[in-house]
Structure formats: structure tokens, C-alpha cells
Ligand binder design. Structure first.
Ligand code: SF4
Ligand code: SF4
Length: 383
């Protein structure tokens, strides 16, 4: 117990506000995950459905046979000083030509920050035990059911929005796990379901993708569509994306547990400069490859790559339709090198009622050679 307490205190010193221990037992709710995969709710994220991923999720011991304990950790990610401020931004966000970015991505990439802290924690554990301890670390990086492990380690319950919700801190957390080859006493699982009769997240989700078994149809979720999906965004879903250009926070923003308990992040390294909450859509549409790489170096936005990011920007412009957006969109349709972006720009222009956009689409149809973009232009003209 003394070792566990010492590890817990060190983890908290390193910025992990949530700390719990569980055992590498098979997950009791594996059938829900298996069903989710069988129904292809994971969209194009094929790495989730490989045999290797499935068997390892079914039995965490396969990942590391000498594992005796799993330390589950939670680090709060970026939030503005006031949660109300964040909610106000969300409510007002649709009225301006700005694009919204999910709060976890406002600062540096957590994959760059958390692993280093985990290594510091491991060094501490080695020191306490007096010899090297077998271990493996995870930060959203491997085939494990992170939220289920967190629930089993007593950190909170899995809400209807599928997030891990801590009763004293809400859900704006990043989870990490340390598989350890030492015996630590397991914490009791967090048993109650504190969602009760609340359905706010289900009602607020713009695409209606929150399912009744506490899973999400990822193929319809804005986070998936704007980050993981590499090709065209299905046309029927584009209007539902609003002005989110990287991820979506809605089902967490409306959750009463966050309204009551979420607090501003005090971790300077993870918070960064908080400069990514909102982006001017017209500026973003003109980002070159070099600009994009420079601007988002070391941040989660690199994951979408320029082509995915500007695709999202085009969709947000089509949804907000600022008058000042027509000329830049037309310029992009005629000059952008990436067909995926030109295709979504064509769609965006088709959302305007102005005659000038129709004329530009007709002009572009005359010079466009890419079959996919031509299809988008035709659809925009016939819409
Ligand atoms: S992230 Fe957005 S789209 Fe996805 S489930 Fe939550 S509210 Fe719905
Ligand atoms: S909004 Fe309500 S139902 Fe959804 S996760 Fe939060 S408490 Fe649960």
C-alpha cells in the first residue's frame, strides 16, 4: 500500500489529476465493443477491427503477460479560464466566419507531452522498487479499452456520450495507462451510473450518432469526419458539421457534470498558448503546405494534414456562407492543387444562393479535369 500511495502522489505531482489501479482482467463489456465493430460503426478506422486488435482488447494480459497491475491516469486538457466562456463561444460560434477546434487540440499534441511524464513516473517506480520493473505505456496508442479500464480503476463512469466522467472533475480528460509487472492493490470500480435520466448529449449531437448502448456511430461523428476520415465527407453530413473544423466538443459541453465541475487546465506545457480555439476561415483557406506545417507543428491538427483540414474549412465556409467568402472560394476552386479540397470548395459555393457563385461553378466545370471534382461541381450546380 505504501508503494501504491507513493506512486499515486508522484503521478499527481506530474500532473495526472486522476489516478487509479486495476488488474489486467478481460473486460466485462467486451460484447458491446465487438458488436460495435461487427456493425462497422468504426468507419474507415480499420486498425480497430484487426484480429490482433480484437484479441488484445479481449485480454489485456496478451499485451504484456507479466503485467500484474494497470495504473490508469487522467490528465485534464486545455480549457479556457471560464467554462462559461467556452460555452458562450460555442453558442456564438455559428454567427461568425470562424472555425472551431475541439478543446483537446488547442495546445501541443498530448502524444508529445504525456509519454515524457510517464517515463518520469516509471523512473520513480524503478527507484522505489529498487530494480527495473517490466512496463508498457499507452496514451491512446494501442489496442486497449481505455475508458473501461478507467471505470474499473474507479476513476468515473462511462457516460451516455461515451466519455469517462469523473464525478468531481467532469470529462475533459486525456487518459494514459501504465502496465506494470508489480503487484498493486486494485481500486474498487466506479459502479454508479450518474447519467440517470439525463439525455442532453444525445439531444445536442448534431448528427444523432450517440447510440443507446453507450457507443457512438463513429462514421457519423463530427470528430471522425473532420479528423480520421481521409476522403470526401458524405454530402448529407456536411450541413450538420456547422463550423467545426477539427473535432467536436458538443456532447461534452452540454454535459451537466462539466458545467458544474470542469476547471481550467493548470498544466502549462499541455495548455500551450491556447491560440487554436478559433481560426479565421478565410485565412485558413489560403494556407499553403508550408504555412500549414509551420502553423500546426507539434499540435494534434497535423493529423488531419492540410488536405483534410482545408476540406473541413471549405465545409465550414459552406455552412456559414460569409459574403466575403465567395471570392476566396472561387479562387481556390480554380487554383487549388488538391482535388479533395476543390471538391468541397465546389460544394461550399453551391450553398450560396448568389448568381455569381453559379457562374463560377460553370466556369470551373469548363476547365476541371478531375472526375471527382467534376461530380462535386455538377452536384453543386444542380442543388
Ligand atoms: S463529438 Fe459531436 S458529433 Fe460526435 S458524438 Fe459528440 S456531439 Fe455528436
Ligand atoms: S449529458 Fe447527461 S446523459 Fe450525456 S453524458 Fe452527460 S450526464 Fe450523461
Amino acid at each position: 500500500m505504501a508503494l501504491k500511495n507513493a506512486i499515486g502522489a508522484e503521478a499527481k505531482r506530474l500532473g495526472f489529476k486522476l489516478v487509479g489501479v486495476t488488474k489486467p482482467d478481460p473486460p466485462p463489456h467486451l460484447d458491446i465493443y465487438e458488436n460495435w465493430i461487427d456493425q462497422a460503426r468504426h468507419g474507415e478506422m480499420g486498425y480497430l477491427s484487426t484480429d490482433r486488435a480484437r484479441t488484445r482488447r479481449a485480454n489485456p494480459s496478451l499485451i504484456m503477460p507479466e503485467c500484474n497491475s494497470i495504473l490508469v491516469l487522467g490528465m485534464e486538457h486545455t480549457l479556457p479560464e471560464s467554462f462559461q466562456e467556452m460555452l458562450d463561444l460555442e453558442i456564438s460560434g455559428g454567427q461568425f466566419p470562424t472555425g472551431k477546434i475541439a478543446s483537446y487540440a488547442w495546445g501541443p499534441d498530448y502524444h508529445e507531452v504525456i509519454p515524457e511524464r510517464l517515463e518520469q513516473l516509471i523512473a520513480f517506480i524503478h527507484d522505489q522498487v529498487g530494480e527495473p520493473v517490466p512496463y508498457r505505456t499507452y496514451t491512446d496508442t494501442g489496442p486497449i479499452l481505455e475508458r473501461e479500464l478507467a471505470q474499473r480503476a474507479g476513476l468515473g463512469w462511462i457516460g451516455k456520450n461515451t466519455c469517462l466522467i469523473n464525478p468531481l472533475r467532469g470529462s475533459f480528460f486525456l487518459l494514459a495507462e501504465l502496465f506494470l509487472g508489480i503487484e498493486l492493490e486494485a481500486d474498487p470500480p466506479f459502479a454508479p451510473d450518474r447519467c440517470g435520466s439525463c439525455t442532453r448529449c444525445i439531444e445536442a449531437c448534431p448528427t444523432g450518432c450517440i447510440l443507446s448502448d453507450r457507443t457512438i456511430d463513429a462514421s457519423q461523428c463530427i470528430s471522425y469526419l473532420t479528423i480520421e476520415l481521409k476522403g470526401p465527407i458524405p454530402e448529407d453530413l456536411r450541413p450538420k458539421i456547422g463550423n467545426w473544423i477539427f473535432g467536436c466538443d458538443i456532447c461534452q459541453l452540454v454535459c451537466p457534470w462539466n458545467l458544474r465541475f470542469a476547471t481550467a487546465n493548470q498544466d502549462r506545457e499541455l495548455a500551450g498558448e491556447l491560440n487554436q480555439a478559433r481560426q479565421q476561415l478565410l485565412d485558413e483557406l489560403s494556407l499553403s503546405n508550408k504555412d500549414f506545417n509551420h502553423k500546426f507543428k507539434g499540435t494534434p491538427l497535423k493529423r488531419a494534414k492540410r488536405r483534410g483540414y482545408l476540406r473541413n474549412v471549405a465545409v465550414a465556409l459552406g455552412n456559414s456562407r460569409p459574403a466575403a467568402g465567395i471570392q476566396p472560394l472561387v479562387h481556390s476552386l480554380l487554383n487549388e492543387a488538391e482535388p479533395l479540397i476543390r471538391g468541397h470548395v465546389a460544394w461550399a459555393l453551391g450553398q450560396y444562393a448568389e448568381t455569381v457563385t453559379k457562374k463560377s461553378l460553370v466556369k470551373a466545370a469548363g476547365v476541371e479535369r478531375d472526375p471527382y471534382v467534376l461530380k462535386e461541381i455538377e452536384a453543386a450546380l444542380s442543388g
